[in-house]
Design a protein around this ligand. Sequence first.
Ligand code: ATP
Length: 431
Amino acid sequence: MAEQSLMDKIVSLAKRRGFVFPGSEIYGGLANSWDYGPLGVELKNNMKQRWWKRFVHEWDDMAGLDAALIMNPKVWEASGHTAHFTDPLVECKKCHARFRADHIDVREPCANCKAKDSFTEAYQFNLMLKTFLGPAEEKANVAYFRPETAQAMFVDFKNVLDTTRRKLPFGIAQIGKAFRNEITPGNFIFRTREFEQMEIEYFIKEADWKESFELWRKEMWGWMTDELGLKKEHVHELEVQDGDRAHYSKRTIDFEYDYPFGRKELYGLAYRGDFDLKNHFKEPPYRDAETNELSYPHVIEPTWGVDRSVLAVLCDAYAEEEGRVVLKLKPRLAPYKAAVFPLLANKPELVQKARIVCAELKKHFMVAWDERGNIGKRYYSQDEIGTPYCITIDFDTLENDTVTVRDRDTLKQERVAVVDLVSYIAGKLGV
Ligand code: ATP
């Protein structure tokens, strides 16, 4: 499959089937903003729920947080974002197109108007998205939408500690929106100005940083391969070199994915030392229960972009085989876990029985209903959105209360008793 065409196919499938729509479309759109449609929101929610279960509920030492999107601007001064959260920007003097200086070769002609030697000197552009709190648009009321979820976990560190009485090591986890005034958003949902992150700040003793870094490195691989089902050969670690790392970080790894438009960052893992807590707390905020000593814990930060995960999963799951398009999503991520079909839509006894089966399954899973066209067309339609199991109610069902379950990947069909359907599907999903 040609690389570019894979991306085109995914964008078009996403729109046609209701995964992702262009934002504000009927008003001509809004520069690279995207809306998650009925199936996209399910896929994204499944992903976030799995992440929360895997890293918050299943851990003994993790605490969740859901902080405000707009924080006191002093947070961003202390964290260094006001001064340093910038990208180098160049502008073409002829057509005024703007680019990230580190994403283009400024000696080349402008990609927009082809003018030569037309770029301004690069200047540092702050990526925080500004707003005003209250009715007066004055400097004193300037506030920022958070550019990352991370800082709230440092700012609330003591509150979490006091209410959970945790001992090192322990983590704080958060899922939420972040905003960056990106100079050149693009590549579908890869780089947008509004996006979602899943982040953990894992607080440790300094001496343990290497061990903890390795632990999280393994956890991130487990998430990508076991949970998202990404093919191992499509993910790569990039060891961020000295000059490119934040000055306080002794080690950073970017996990990169082979997107159709190139190998690009999917997630990051950084050892941040005690930089953040020191920025926010004048006094050391942690007291060791045994030694009674006060200290600034050190931090390992694994960070996951939700939207980049959705895109990687769509790219990895997309396949064309035997005349069908199939999204081979991990069943737990699939928007619908099953689809229910009456064999013939014009036989009321089949439709009625199918409705009963569907209603029962809906108590447990997200289930689709389809009675249009023939069974082949219905399979085609469900394959395209990754539904792992299709259940057909036929005349035998009325006789012996069994149904046909067809597997999306193996195409095998099995006869399953209606009473066993819920446990059959739950077993396959591992829930
Ligand atoms: P990039 O170098 O691609 O701009 P970054 O290194 O600035 O990314 P981080 O600050 O490490 O990104 O953010 C953590 C994660 O948030 C990234 O690994 C990515 O998954 C996601 N992310 C960052 N910026 C965006 C964006 N503009 N749109 C969508 N996801 C993003």
